[in-house]
Design a binder for this molecule. Sequence first.
Ligand SMILES: Cc1cc2nc3c(=O)[nH]c(=O)nc-3n(C[C@H](O)[C@H](O)[C@H](O)COP(=O)(O)OP(=O)(O)OC[C@H]3O[C@@H](n4cnc5c(N)ncnc54)[C@H](O)[C@@H]3O)c2cc1C
Ligand code: FES
Length: 1228
Amino acid sequence: MTLIYYFSHHTANACLFPVCALHHVAVTTVEGIGNTKSRLHPAQERIAKSHGSQCGFCTPGIVMSMYTLLRNKPEPKMEDIEDAFQGNLCRCTGYRPILEGYRTFAKAMMSSSLFNSSEFQPLDPTQEPIFPPELMTQSNKQQKQLCFRGERVMWIQPTTLKELVALKSQYPNAKLVVGNTEVGIEMRLKNMLYPVIIAPAWISEMNAVQHTETGITFGAACTLSSVEEVLRKVVAELPPYKAEVFQAVLEQLRWFAGPQIRNVAALGGNIMTASPISDLNPVLMASGIIHLPLISPCSTEGKRTITMDEKFFTGYRKTIVKPEEILLSVEIPYSKKGEYFSAFKQASRREDDIAIVTCGMRVLFQDGTNRVEEIKLSYGGMAPTTVLALKTCKELTGRDWNEKLLQDACRLLAGEMDLSPSAPGGMVDFRRTLTLSFFFKFYLTVLQKLSKNHNGTVSAAREDELSSLEDGEWRISWSCVLLQEVPRGQAVEDMVGRPLMHVSAAKQACGEAVYCDDIPHYENELYLTLVTSTKAHAKILSVDASEAQSVPGFVCFVSAKDVPGSNITGIANDETVFAEDVVTCVGHIIGAVLADTQEHSRRAAKVVKIKYEELKPIVTIQVRWLRSASASIKRINKGDVKKGFEESDHILEGEMYLGGQEHFYLETHCTLAVPKGEDGEMELFVSTQNLMKTQVLRVLLCRNCIVHFGLCLINVSFNRTGRPVRCMLDRDEDMLISGGRHPFLGRYKVGFMKNGKVKSLEVSYYGNGGNSVDLSYGVMDRALLHLDNSYNIPNVSSVGIVCKTNLPSNTAFRGFGGPQGMMIAECWMSDLARKCGLPPEEVRKLNLYHEGDLTHFNQKLEGFTLRRCWDECLSSSSYHARKKLIEEFNKQNRWKKRGMCIIPTKFGISFTVPFLNQAGALVHVYTDGSVLLTHGGTEMGQGLHTKMIQVASRSLGIPTSNIYISETSTNTVPNTSPTAASVSADINGMAIHNACQTILKRLEPIKQSNPKGSWEDWIKAAYENCVSLSATGIPDLGYDFEKNEGKPFCYFSYGVACSEVEIDCLTGDHKNIRTDIVMDVGTSLNPAIDIGQIEGAFVQGLGLFTMEELRYSPEGNLYTRGPGMYKIPAFGDIPTEFYVSLLRDCPNSKAVYSSKAVGEPPLFLSASVFYAIKDAIYSARKDSGLTEPFRLDSPATPERIRNACVDIFTKMCPSAEPGTFKPWSVRV
Ligand SMILES: Cc1cc2nc3c(=O)[nH]c(=O)nc-3n(C[C@H](O)[C@H](O)[C@H](O)COP(=O)(O)OP(=O)(O)OC[C@H]3O[C@@H](n4cnc5c(N)ncnc54)[C@H](O)[C@@H]3O)c2cc1C
Ligand code: FES
């Protein structure tokens, strides 16, 4: 018997790891490894200096993943680094700079021009903190049982099996907890309460690993990481035939959660959770002989052993194991000669995601033959439990492994692995098809092995089918950025145009950056929790908070009647602070509970009872509902559309739907209100992009991101209690109540010539606005203003309609309707190219604007650099050569296809509401020459403060080290426009520049009288002069929709991206092989920040167009309320080759120091990935004889990709007739 002790380093999720389980464990946090005052740890220094942090909220977690890896492996390989980040997410950076900075630890080749790796401190493992000796000594001593008692829960940690059994006898219903990765979720998110918890993690028998004659027995508390470690070693030593099951377990563990979960989650926990989408249960079940020894304090014999067979799971999350029984261990068997095993999993995202369908498949052949002696096919995700395809397996037993068996197996599985069209989880056709696709993969795998083992007497699989078995290399192989260089002769101290590090990066990497909820608690502070509607549309009959009053620490419940003044709010006065009579979406705020702690206020909020009378909700964009819905209509028309159609050679009509997007900022909304003592004065700390709203107390609550969260609630609460009040939303609350990007439906009719030249376009855009107007009209305006993307369309008729629905109000999101408008343009553009039978890149280029052209909104294009970007991107991506290779690849592979697409973007820069294009700045110069700078923009990671320091530095002609920035606040710069529309660097930069010019003008006489003096001399001399230090700037803009005249935009930002992908036609998976971007950012103020924005926006767009899917019930209830179900791109999703370059020599006369806006414009470039996927699907469909344009909605999820690759397997799983069933989820 081998006992595994863990003195190594492991990452863990702080939110799931119970504090009680930390006894005898040394915890290292980001603050403990380095700091800005003494020394940064190399893991902190490198992420900061390689520009790997923006908002910095994810940075400590990423630093600690790297730190842990370095502690265990000081010289890691690049693969180790990528694997270490499987459980980390970042919403800002696009991951490339993080990987590039950390690549230096792997000593991989470097090419970055954005940082100088020779400046990095070397990693010296001898300098790391040691494991505390007292803990080391204690671990050798006899452990004592531990017991912690909380207000409602008791945690007991026994040290021996005997103690455990005794405790189970005393508390038969006590919950066993090992990793807490399941129970923690149940208690935090599912409102479950387990009054007694027993933690068996210290019990040696439950952590033991025993090698037996038949396999390896793991104690049920062995963590998944330890199982992985043991199996990896064993597999390397065993003959391959013996390790088939182990290999399959390893394959499942490779994509099982992230290391933070695998490091703590137990094998027994996975089995006993009995989740229908468990990754290990299908493998264990298919292996056929898994024995599970159980111990029970209640039965007379004490122990029994059961087998994981078809009777093991008795229902959803239920097994035949009795509540009082304890699973002791699990034996994973060796495989035999003639036995083959595979496991497959398909999820929405490769890394750290639960399965949509998962399976374990085993076949044993009669000795020396290809005749099936025994076969087990076990699936997860196809029923409320893991299931065995018993009927299919029975029919296949005794059959030869050949084409006929494959066909029969698929037919049988299609019948047996059936799902109701209303099945929970949805994706019914996809899940059914996956069961066949997986079997096909298994069939081919076995065929290959049989053919090899039987010296060719069994015929091998077809060459063109074999690539379907290759998992492919998912590693990030290369990335590169090409910058503009600063002009020769630019002074060294002039930092404009240089990659200055984000001013907060070091603090973020050390965990020193203070976020809203990091502000220390005030004495007497209260915590606020929202009470929200569970119905999408209903009358409120009663609200009863009486039970909440009995929760300890309860202070009060506030609702509409507590609002001083008007309860009506919102941009169009169509929102309420608190719902009064009617609720209009799930998540509509009805009231809030205030209590002494977060825990108490949450508990109290959960027991507030609301009675409703339900009304019919409308949640989807359905054109037939529009008349009854309150809709606003906008139009842009140009030329003569009818004539344009008459002159066209072809006319194409179609429709495309684009799903919405959740912001998923890592720091959720937070507000803290603190009384200042006199005259009701209050200080507010708000996570907002729109500080001005904090000035307006009447506008109490706006449920959108760019404004501010909960200010009104806090005010109401504050009025009622006079105490400091804090509220930070949990992820699920934030996702539920805040709006996101508008889902869009686009209908188009496009007329074009045989050569692909577009003549005429008629489009209708429908946006799902949700339950209030908020910014929906502005979003629709921008969608219409971008319906051309970058193409010259002589005749346009367009209409945009915002639909009012019973969903939380949708709002501003990076791109503000632009991406939706352009995406639909690219849809008809790609379809018309197919219709003409011409290469899409030729048709796109033919239609691109030229310098001086008028857009459909009659704005002249000046400084039109897009054609340069296009040519550079075509050339740098070696487009034409690679296209040939792709064609060749596609000919040789039936089930893997590649696609490529090059896409342009033209993004208008300005708020389309002209007066918002103003800003303010306040510049103080102190007598020592130092400068304190404040401006009206919010720094949310995008590097605005850093750029503003660079602008001030050049304007004043002093080093950046003399300039300090003060946090944005309404008491220094009032009436700020929202930090939005990509213009913040432009308008605040100009305001700062103007303020600096004012100061310089006033210093001029002093400088003239002392031309050789230093900055400090002049400031000293000016001390006795009064210097006024603020300025604003307003560009000249304005556009009239009715007349289609004026100038909605100050200028345009341009870019082009070329992306290549590979799809797995059988599973719908896709891999981003390579992306090349050429972007015009004018003369970059800071290339590191601009490239960070380009990559970050691109990856966020990648999420929008390929991954992120909001799922709602037909009743308007959001299912996707957290990272478990809503997937944003992870490290492994970025292109394996990622090249970004900034267009050179393209100064922009319209913005500060010839720069250009960059926050939003690059997002749309990720559409190149979507259309590359569509290109690959075309190739797959061609093999099935389908060549006509087809519809692909966004995002291109595995489900959509697989369903679009029509083939024999999809045909065996036909869709149910719409209207004959109630779907689990609806497209909103
Ligand atoms: C972010 C995240 C990602 C995840 N990804 C995946 C994934 O990719 N694939 C997947 O399959 N799962 C996944 N899970 C689910 C979960 O991690 C696993 O099921 C895990 O193995 C549970 O182990 P645990 O030790 O944490 O269980 P715990 O939460 O400690 O316990 C789970 C259940 O098992 C019972 N139990 C535990 N040990 C015993 C025992 N010895 N005898 C009797 N009952 C016992 C407990 O009482 C409890 O009911 C994920 C979870 C999270 C939070
Ligand atoms: S820097 Fe990673 S989430 Fe912002």
